[in-house]
Design a binder for this molecule. Sequence first.
Ligand code: GAL
Length: 836
Amino acid sequence: MRNFCTRKLRQLCSLILTCSCFMVSAQEREEILLDDHWKFSRDDEETFSAPLFDDAKWQTVSVPHDWAIYGPFSIHNDKQHTAITQDGQKEALEHAGRTGGLPFVGTGWYRRKITLGKDVQDKRSMLQFDGAMSNAVVFVNGKRVGNWPNGYNSFYFDISAFVVPGENVIAVRLENLSESSRWYPGAGLYRNVHLILSNKTKIAHWGTYITTPHIEADFAEVSIKTQIDRQLEDMEETLVLRTEVFDQERQAVGYGNDTITPYDSRGKQQTIFVSNPKLWSPDTPTLYTAVSKLYVNGELKDTYETPFGIRSIEIIPNKGFYLNGEKTVFKGVCMHHDLGPLGAAVNESAIRRQIRILKDMGVNAIRTSHNMPAPEFVKACDEMGMMVMAESFDEWKLPKVKNGYNLYFDEWAEKDLVNLIHHYRNNPSIVMWCIGNEVPEQASPEGSKVARFLQDICHREDPTRPVTQGMDNPDAVINSSFASTMDVAGFNYRPFKYREAYKKLQQQIILGSETASTISSRGVYKFPVVRRSMAKYDDHQASSYDVEHCSWSDLPEDNFIQHEDLPYAIGEFVWTGFDYLGEPTPYYTDWPSHSSLFGIVDLAGIPKDRYYLYRSHWNTKEKTLHILPHWSWPGREGDTTPVFVYTNYPKAELFINGKSQGIQSKDLSVTRDDSADKQSLDSFVRQKRYRLMWMDTRYEPGVVKVVAYDAAGHIAAVDSVVTAGKPYGLKLEVDRPILKADGKDLAYITISVVDQHGILCPMDDREISFTVKGKGNFKAVANGNPASLESFQAPKMKAFSGKLVAVLETTKERGEIIFEASAKGVKKAMVSVRSE
Ligand code: GAL
């Protein structure tokens, strides 16, 4: 078999050589990004769709645009009087900040003019929305083209019959209902809009489907099925599809050349062999591109590019998830779609920053909870190396929120799922489809049938990826056919049930589809240090000693230990990677709390202490040595102030002002089973396997030093925290000093209040103001305080635990951007960034 293929490959390769100088051009297809010159109004009149309506007084905006992120915050924005039954609430409560406290409810209209050429009537015009929040109704030149209720999904309309040569008007009406969400959804045209012009006979929208069914070290079989949109008048013509595969260096590495017959109406199948394939993985995110060219009677009519990766995925019962034949454990996080202070408005640079931060933590997978991701997100995951579990629904037919997706499920579920899969089935980063999250159907007799219906759609549209869903009712789902229906049984929380689930389920594999929901606030520490569930404090924060969780959830180690000790547990997706707007659990009713405390990273993108705990466990390539808490506690002198160290070194010695506090080693004798009782949980027995903890240390100002030892007992690393002096200045740290002058690229500047030695003043909360000069603009600011009602767009904000993050945006002009931060009582600071 292998010899045969190798011989065949050699023949192919010689053919490839003759055509590898082929140039890729896309004259036959034009994609116009409709990002600027939109007019926007929050009013609502039928006449707004009319081409001649005068929108001159409307606000001019660019898209992506989230109308609600500009605030103001208010307790009255989508206040939900309800009982969140899945969180155990028995009576209706006034949920104030559940959806972020921002004004997303109501209608919004967008209008945009576009001038098209004389030949537009001989073309096909497709209008694609990457996501529009929500209930979109689209008009072209006053005529209703179609609607799409789901705010997260990408959809498109063929508007060829609606457009005319000359000026055209696109109008979009959006409407967000109250009580339609459990978190902040954003509002408006918050993802990109594209107009795609092509010849009438063309490759269908999302019309390629590429799989790599057979991979060996020396070759990979690339299977490409291409759907052609053929016009009746072309039926007599000769259509040829030439598909060429290029590697990352844009060298041609294989091709297929086939005539399309009328019998190919369900798609033309081509098989291309690529020799010595470079496989896609989180560590080696190598991409290939298939360039499909469609010829009619020898004339080139369409060129369509599909980036893809060569990789294999497999779930082996009792063994795990295999990527390219290698057992791979999910070190995953769940992520909502918002980008903190940017709201839901998609920005590639902001997404890439999130992925960079998560990769450094050791994350290899993201679950796009609980909805369809943006194309920029999937592209970044493909290119940067991050596996994705792409989710579709938080709700099926039975409501979690009154006006949620339950209103649309019957009519739209299949269309939504098909669009998600067609859009992303070629992206190598996507390794699993997730059809639901904690749906109330789990406990209903009909539930498994709906699960089966949705899973079957996934299998029909993409037989190569397993399907899962997040289930939080283990008793109901393992004692019915609900969990056993799924390719992969995904459990949300309750890891102590994994063993029972494993015994009862045929799949012999357990996924922690959602785990931990530990809560903490960056830089805030609560004493005494005890494990607490649903703890609330006057300051609306949670302890950064990482010992607090919700009534249904637990601590990071309660999950680490399962996935290490149970061979059939295939990894987890922690709730959540970053904080998000909405769900300020447990401060459900406690305005001004309005954003989550679940994040391992805060809303501003600053890692909390927990980040280093995960990093020490998940990032096996880098060393981690992190001390907490900070050591500036005026008034705590002599009080017990435990010190924790998150590290991947096995042991360390702690010194306070030079005095040894003893050596702590990780206790590897602790197991999942001998640490599961309440007393062990409360006395942090599990934590002793993963954290180094000095519980009895007392505070005295000065230096806390940790000396870490490697396995051989040698000193391997030293770190310290020092008591801060008086606030003296501001320290600025830029994440990327060189940006793209594209009007969209962002620099994130972390600003810390420091003493005269540069030590963080960890409790400082003074207001900091900014100015930006040169070829950039101030974009937004966040401090990670889930109870702050300050505007994300004003060029000033109070520091939270001594820090905040300002965001700069480039213009389309190259040059320097100068950022200055100032605050009362401390020296100001300046930094410059280059935009090229
Ligand atoms: C889960 C749910 C998430 C989030 C989380 C908070 O039950 O799936 O969306 O609400 O709880 O702990």
